[in-house]
Design a protein around this ligand. Structure first.
Ligand code: ZN
Length: 198
């Protein structure tokens, strides 16, 4: 029999590492233990450094959302996404590839980057499906995770992915890129769909 943990979708530890870092940017050190009490205070002394079950990230967002309020939690997670993208760019995407992508016309650079990202999509999307479409109105999307009902935190998770992709596309492809969301899990959609405006 396969252990249950084998089925849990895993994601990179940055989802948690950068969320804690984003909190530290905004909150004083003495405020953090209270914000993270009830299961996440451990991250103040020990951050994950290997792949984590996606549920662990979702649990952190579930803990934070009612305490911060949806809007502030969304801002923190958007920043966490930006920080995750910065980490990925600095450590996971080869410099020469970034130079090449940046030199190409934006639609072509976008194509190369999205193809490269999609090979590693599971490291950030977990059980949610990552897809993208190129052409006249390009878009990318992240589907609902299947591990648990994330309805209550869907809007906040959406901000995380929006921050990560906005930052990555701007820094690697073109600084003028914006993402315009055309469907959202938080509004009952099956996925968050972000139109990429070049
Ligand atoms: Zn969304």
């Amino acid at each position: 029999m396969v252990p249950a943990t084998m089925h849990a979708a895993r994601i990179g530890p940055n989802a948690i590492i950068q969320t804690i870092a984003a909190l530290r940017e905004v909150y004083a050190p003495e405020e953090l233990p209270k914000l993270l009490a009830g299961g996440a205070e451990v991250y103040l002394s020990e951050l994950p450094h290997e792949m984590i079950p996606e549920e662990q990230f979702h649990a952190l967002v579930e803990l934070l959302t009612p305490r911060l309020g949806g809007e502030r939690a969304g801002e923190i997670l958007f920043r966490s996404g930006e920080r995750t993208a910065d980490y990925v760019r600095a450590n996971r995407i080869p410099g020469p590839f970034q130079t090449l992508v940046g030199m190409l016309p934006a639609p072509l650079g976008l194509r190369l980057l999205l193809l490269a990202i999609s090979k590693h999509a599971w490291t950030f999307a977990g059980s949610g499906k990552f897809s993208f479409h190129l052409g006249r109105t390009p878009w990318l999307s992240i589907g609902k995770p299947v591990d648990r009902d994330t309805t209550a935190i869907a809007a906040v998770l959406c901000r995380y992915y929006c921050g990560a992709f906005t930052q990555l596309l701007r820094r690697v492809v073109n600084p003028r890129i914006t993402l315009r969301e055309t469907a959202c899990q938080a509004q009952g959609g099956a996925a968050c769909v972000y139109q990429i405006v070049l």
